[in-house]
Design a protein around this ligand. Structure first.
Ligand code: AHR
Length: 493
C-alpha cells in the first residue's frame, strides 16, 4: 500500500456516520423511550441507551421511518399525550400509541448531540402535510402551525435541515407505492412547496430500495428527470445477509454496494448532462446494514401488538466484518456519498440492544461503526493498494484486503481502516507512508474472533476489540500483520 496526503478523495461529511430510528418494533418504545425504566430521565428517555448513542457520536438520525412514514399522520404525535390517538400501523402490523412524536424526537436528538433527518409521508399524504410539518418545525412564529408548536411548549423553531421526500416509493410493499413518473411529479411539487416554506433545507429524493429492484436504475433517472433542480440528494438503501452460510461471498458483498454507488453516481450525472446542469446531485445512503437473522422470528409475531420485538437481529462476528467493509466503501466514495444512515440504531437491526426494564448492550457491529465514527473524520485518502484476490460463488477478483484511510489535518492524525477477508491466514501489510514523516503508531485496534458466528448478549460481550495489534514503523514503512478475518484500525500521529 502507498499512502500520501496528496491522494485526496474529499473532505468527509460527518453525516456518513448517521443512523436511523423508526417507529418499528422496540426502537422507540423500550428502546430510546421507556418512562418506567429505572434509568429513564424526566422525559422518559433511557439514559443508558442515550449514553451508548453518545459514545457512537452519531451526527444525524433519520426519523420516523422507513415504511412507517408512508402511513403516518405527524399531527397524531404532537400536543397533549393523553389526547394522542392510537392507530393501526399498516407497514408493520402494529398499534402505534403516538406517545413519542416529532417534538420528543427533537428533544432526544438534543440529548444525544445529533441532528434530526426528518422524512415526510408521500405514501398516503403529499404536499400539504409536508409543508405543514415543515412550517410546524422550522417557521419561527406568527402562523397557525408555528404557533401550534409554541403552544406545545417549543418556543424556538427546531431548524431541521435535512428532509427525506418519502421512503422507498418504488416498492410494492410501501403504503401508497408509486410509479417513477408518479413519484417524480409528487417529489418535485413537494420539494418546491417545502423550499418556499424554508429555503435553507436540503432534500433527499427516494432512489431504489435495493439493487434487485426491477426498476433500478431507471427509477433514479425518471425521478431526477422531474426533480433534479429541486432536490439535493438521491437515496440508496441496501441490506445484506448470509443465509446460505457462504462467508467468502458474504464478506465480498460490499463490492455489490460499491457497484450500486457507482451506478447511482453515473445515473445522476447522466441526468445532469441531459439537463446541461451545473448542479451535482449527491448520494444519501440512508439505510444500510446486515438484515436477515430475524426474518423467521418476525413471521411468528402476532399482528396489532404495541412495540413487539420485530427485526431484532442478533449480530455475529462476521456481520461486524461486513459492516466494516461497508463503512470503508463509504469512505472510498466520500466525494459523492454525503449522508449514510446505519439502519437502525436501537433494537431494530441495531448496534444497540435493550431488555424492557433491564440491560442495554453492544452488538458486534457496534465496534466498526464506533471506530469509523470516532476516527473517520477529516479527509478521505485514496491509498494505492495491491492485494492478493480470491474468487467465490458470487464474486470474482475479491481483494483480501479492504482498506481506506482518513487524514485528520486538525489533529495531525492518520487512520487506516482495514479488513482482512481471508478466513484462514493473516495478511502481511506493508504501507509506504511517505508524506507522513515523523508519524508514530498511536495504536492498532483489532476486532477478531475464532468463531465467525460469535455473538454478544446482555451478560456476555464475546466480541470486542483489543489494542494488541502489532503495527509498527520501520524506516517510513508501516508494517503489520492483519489477523485472519479481522477488522483493524491503525492510528498514526
Ligand atoms: O429498516 C427497516 C425497513 O427497511 C424500513 O422501514 C424500510 O425503509 C426498509 O425496507
Amino acid at each position: 500500500m502507498i499512502l500520501d496526503k496528496d491522494f485526496k478523495i474529499a473532505e468527509i461529511d460527518p453525516r456518513i456516520y448517521g443512523s436511523f430510528i423508526e417507529h418499528l418494533g422496540r426502537a422507540v418504545y423500550g428502546g430510546i423511550y421507556e418512562p418506567d425504566h429505572p434509568l429513564a430521565d424526566e422525559k422518559g428517555f433511557r439514559t443508558d441507551v442515550a449514553g451508548l448513542v453518545k459514545e457512537l457520536n452519531v451526527p444525524i438520525v433519520r426519523y420516523p421511518g422507513g415504511n412507517f412514514v408512508s402511513g403516518y399522520n405527524w399531527e397524531d404525535g404532537v400536543g397533549p399525550r393523553d389526547k394522542r390517538p392510537r392507530r393501526l400501523d399498516l407497514a408493520w402490523k402494529t398499534v402505534e400509541t403516538n406517545q413519542v412524536g416529532v417534538n420528543e424526537f427533537v428533544d432526544w436528538c438534543k440529548l444525544v448531540n445529533s441532528e434530526v433527518m426528518m422524512a415526510v409521508n408521500l405514501g398516503t399524504r403529499g404536499v400539504d402535510a409536508a409543508r405543514n410539518l415543515l412550517e410546524y418545525c422550522n417557521h419561527p412564529e406568527g402562523t397557525y402551525w408555528s404557533d401550534l408548536r409554541i403552544s406545545h411548549g417549543y418556543k424556538e423553531p427546531h431548524k431541521i435541515r435535512t428532509w427525506c421526500l418519502g421512503n422507498e416509493m418504488d416498492g410494492p410493499w410501501q403504503i401508497g407505492h408509486k410509479t417513477a413518473e408518479e413519484y417524480g411529479r409528487l417529489a418535485v411539487e413537494t420539494a418546491k412547496a417545502m423550499k418556499w416554506v424554508d429555503p435553507d433545507i436540503e432534500l433527499v429524493a427516494c432512489g431504489s430500495s435495493n439493487t434487485a429492484m426491477p426498476t433500478f436504475p431507471q427509477w433514479e433517472a425518471t425521478t431526477l428527470e422531474h426533480a433534479y433542480d429541486e432536490v439535493d440528494y438521491i437515496s440508496l438503501h441496501q441490506y445484506y445477509g448470509n443465509p446460505s452460510n457462504d462467508t467468502a461471498s458474504y464478506l465480498a458483498k460490499s463490492l455489490d454496494m460499491d457497484n450500486f454507488i457507482k451506478t447511482v453516481i453515473s445515473t445522476c450525472d447522466f441526468i445532469k448532462a441531459k439537463k446541461r446542469s451545473k448542479k451535482t446531485i449527491n448520494l444519501s445512503f440512508d439505510e444500510w446494514n446486515v438484515w436477515y437473522h430475524s426474518n423467521d422470528a418476525d413471521k411468528k409475531i402476532a399482528p396489532w401488538l404495541i412495540a413487539p420485538p420485530q427485526l431484532e437481529d442478533v449480530y455475529n462476528f462476521e456481520d461486524a466484518l461486513l459492516v466494516g467493509c461497508m463503512l470503508i466503501t463509504f469512505l472510498k466514495h466520500a466525494d459523492r456519498v454525503k449522508i449514510a444512515c446505519l439502519a437502525q440504531l436501537v433494537n431494530v437491526i441495531a448496534p444497540i440492544r435493550t431488555e424492557n426494564g433491564g440491560m442495554s448492550w453492544k452488538q458486534t457491529i457496534f465496534y466498526p461503526y464506533l471506530h469509523a465514527s470516532l476516527y473517520g473524520r477529516g479527509v478521505a485518502l485514496n491509498p494505492v493498494i495491491s492485494s492478493p484476490k480470491y474468487d467465490c460463488a458470487e464474486f470474482t477478483d475479491v481483494p483480501y484486503l479492504e482498506s481506506a484511510a482518513v487524514y485528520n489535518e486538525e489533529n495531525e492524525e492518520v487512520t487506516l481502516f482495514a479488513v482482512n477477508r481471508h478466513l484462514k491466514e493473516g495478511l502481511y501489510l506493508e504501507c509506504d507512508i511517505r508524506s507522513f514523516e515523523d508519524y508514530q503508531v498511536l495504536e492498532h485496534i483489532v476486532l477478531e474472533h475464532d468463531d465467525l458466528k460469535a455473538v454478544n448478549t446482555a451478560d456476555a460481550e464475546r466480541v470486542k476489540p483489543h489494542h494488541q495489534g502489532n503495527a509498527e514503523l520501520k524506516d517510513g514503512i508501516l508494517i503489520a500483520i492483519l489477523p485472519k478475518s479481522s477488522w483493524n484500525v491503525i492510528r498514526l500521529k
